[in-house]
Design a protein around this ligand. Sequence first.
Ligand code: 8X3
Length: 255
Amino acid sequence: MDNKIVLITGATSGIGKACARKFAKEGWNLILNARNASKLETLIYELKVEYPKVVTWAFLCDVSSRKKIETALEELPREWAEIDLLINNAGLVIGVDKEFEGSLDEWDIMIDTNIKGLLTMTRLVVPGMVERGRGHVINIGSIAGDAAYPGGSVYCATKAAVKALSDGLRIDLVDTPLRVTNIKPGMVETNFSVVRYRGDKEAADNFYKGIRPLTGDDIAETVYFAASAPEHIQIAEVLLMPTNQATGTISYKKK
Ligand code: 8X3
């Protein structure tokens, strides 16, 4: 393929979708991951309408399932296999409970997606990059990984893990041309916040009252900036937040 190839996990909403549009606009070929086939089809259709020249591959699987990722990678045609950029974006937060009260099942989902999904993708995609002597992994971490906040214990722990895994990978790749970036957004208004409040849109909207939050597009611009930096520059970390946010230690109160 003439154009560079980016694989984006969790591509059908929020930051992932914004990244898909940004990289399509910039002429990259897109491997788009999602769990939901019809949402993925809709995204691919929308991208085709907006960017008629875009070339896409649907990478349908739940990143929390190692087996499903392995199968989806095996099914990747040879011309798609040489991935230049892996954007580990798939991630979620469910609930704002205390660590001694929350749902073990919801915590499993967060840990399996935010940590194990990201790690499996990295483990399976990076060896090819090392072999080819080129590649970049951009992890979507969070300000939540820098310090725990009330109502965020397990989610914050998963994002602290993303920081450790990004730093560890950067160390392990230091003698290669590959780059590793951890993007750490603060408050971003996407469907992500609605999932945090288990579907309660009013509670999610309320949270942003009085401030202008970041958008998925704001984050996608930063991701693209890191991806398109000259090869000798490794943007290791970016912490970005709305102008009226100063720290990550916000209180996510129960409604
Ligand atoms: C999302 C940032 O602070 O809303 O990762 O949890 S925060």
